[in-house]
Design a protein around this ligand. Structure first.
Ligand SMILES: Cc1cc2nc3c(=O)[nH]c(=O)nc-3n(C[C@H](O)[C@H](O)[C@H](O)COP(=O)(O)OP(=O)(O)OC[C@H]3O[C@@H](n4cnc5c(N)ncnc54)[C@H](O)[C@@H]3O)c2cc1C
Length: 449
């Protein structure tokens, strides 16, 4: 059996970063289920050699740990293409607009403003390290985002637009989400406005190369410390340390860091069994539902019509698009997301049927040329055995205030990381890095003489 000081379970950004932070002092081994690092970061190469991220790809202001990491591994960023008019497709009509908020009839705009304003004002009041501690936490945790929308937004159009924004951020439906969780998430990511914005927001920048490449650089910086194709199936622990079983053998250590989404952590057989609160919490943290879809064209033809490639609305299943053209490349890329209930429906369908539906969505907004891509790729994250949904896990009503206190507690010598334990940037790469820092600090304190 191989022994080390620290076992890190999961080579996503969180696990890799925790290992990087500890490997100067300790002997660290990373165990990864897949044959590659990166987890929810995954690069795909089109036939012409251009690449695209089929997992996470953006970084934006306020995500300081993430920018620092990009610099530390020698990578560079460039802004997402955003020149030209955006489109909103509503009631069978296309309208052009600039900025974050679509052009809508004035009474709808005022109503949407009220919804957003109330939401942001409430989110601002939360301490993202302890959302359950707010005096109104129980009240907010009893409600869904859907109930909040029904009470606050007067017009159906404003509610529809707010629901698209919620779907784009959470990959879940408003009626599934605890209002407290949505407020926490927005606060942990600065604000809802920051999360839905391009310039100045979470969709501002991309990385040259791709996020899959960045994960590879992180893994390479650890020398040979990552063991691939080693899904942890069982974990025994005592005060003396941790032993895990994988198909690649048994590994033991004084401490472990579990850097997995909750649904994956639940797949591990713990001995002694998980504390009841932790088990109940993880079972109540389902992952969002999303299929990321990218069509490649000979050139970004929408730019010739003065369009940015950004759109919201339309008949679906894609209701949010971006110009994802790689910097310095000729071929254009249109990126769209299928989210929430639509993603659950399309997850089981024939890939050719899904591709046709996605191209129809693009054509409804950008015209007939969108029906004829040079290449196409999509990634159904629900079908991925070691992820099973994205962008991140969320909480329904009542979970934060009854079980949320257990979220970041170690389980004996097992510390928890992963973006789902973050206090800042929850759900994002930034959160994966923040959680890695906290877990690494805990391990360092525990192992220091
Ligand atoms: C389509 C999509 C778009 C996104 N867009 C963005 C974006 O633009 N910007 C952004 O900041 N974030 C984005 N995200 C979210 C971001 O990708 C995640 O927050 C981040 O990658 C989470 O990292 P993590 O290390 O916490 O978890 P993961 O990346 O899930 O890593 C967990 C690792 O554990 C491994 N594993 C699972 N089970 C076991 C086991 N039993 N034993 C060993 N290993 C195991 C997995 O294979 C995986 O490598 C997006 C995600 C997706 C999927």
């Amino acid at each position: 059996m191989a022994h080390s000081d620290v076992l890190v379970i999961g080579a996503g950004f969180s696990g890799l970063q925790a290992a990087r932070l500890l490997s100067d002092t300790f002997d660290v081994r990373v165990l990864e289920a897949r044959e590659r690092p990166g987890g929810r970061a995954l690069a795909h190469a089109f036939a012409n050699g251009d690449t695209v991220d089929l997992g996470g790809q953006w970084v934006g202001p306020g995500q300081d740990r993430f920018y620092a990491l990009i610099e530390a591994v020698g990578a560079r960023t460039y802004p997402l293409w955003s020149e030209g008019d955006h489109l909103v497709a509503l009631d069978g009509r296309l309208r052009r607009y600039r900025g974050t908020i679509p052009s809508l009839p004035i009474h709808v705009l005022l109503d949407l403003n009220r919804l957003l304003g109330r939401f942001e004002a409430m989110a601002k009041q939360l301490d993202p390290a302890r959302p359950w501690a707010h005096p109104k936490a129980e009240d907010w945790d009893r409600q869904t985002v859907g109930e909040f929308m029904a009470r606050t937004g007067l017009t159906a159009r404003a509610r529809e637009m707010f629901a698209i924004a919620i779907g784009a951020v959470f990959c879940a439906e408003p009626h599934e989400l605890s209002l407290l969780h949505a407020l926490f998430y927005a606060r942990a990511g600065r604000s809802l406005d920051a999360l839905i914005s391009v310039e100045g927001g979470a969709q501002q920048d991309r990385v040259h190369g791709d996020m899959g490449g960045l994960a590879r650089l992180m893994a390479d910086s650890l020398g040979g410390a990552v063991t691939y194709e080693a899904p942890v199936q069982a974990l025994r622990w005592s005060d003396a340390g941790v032993t895990v079983e994988t198909p690649a053998g048994e590994f033991s250590a004084r401490r472990a860091i579990l850097a997995l989404p909750p649904n994956q952590a639940l797949g591990i057989r713990f001995d002694p069994p998980l504390p009841a609160a932790r088990d109940a919490l993880w079972r109540r943290m389902p992952a969002g539902a999303c299929i990321k879809c990218v069509a490649q064209y000979e050139r970004p033809f929408w730019r010739e019509a003065g369009l940015s490639g950004q759109s919201v609305g339309g008949p679906g299943p894609v209701r949010v698009t971006f110009d994802n053209t790689e910097a310095g490349r000729e071929a254009g890329q249109l990126l769209g997301f299928i989210e929430g209930d639509e993603a659950r429906i399309w997850s089981g369908r024939d890939p050719a049927e899904r591709r046709a539906a996605v191209l129809e969505s693009f054509a409804a907004v950008f015209g007939d040329a969108a029906r004829h891509p040079a290449d196409y790729a999509d990634q159904d994250w629900m079908a991925e055995p070691y992820t099973r949904g994205c962008y991140a896990a969320f909480m329904g009503p009542g979970v934060w205030t009854t079980l949320g206190r257990a979220l970041r507690d170690p389980i004996g010598p097992v510390h928890v990381a992963g973006t789902e334990t973050a206090r800042e940037g929850y759900g994002y790469f930034e959160g994966a890095l923040e959680a890695a820092q906290r877990a690494a600090d805990e391990v360092r304190a525990a192992l220091s003489p």
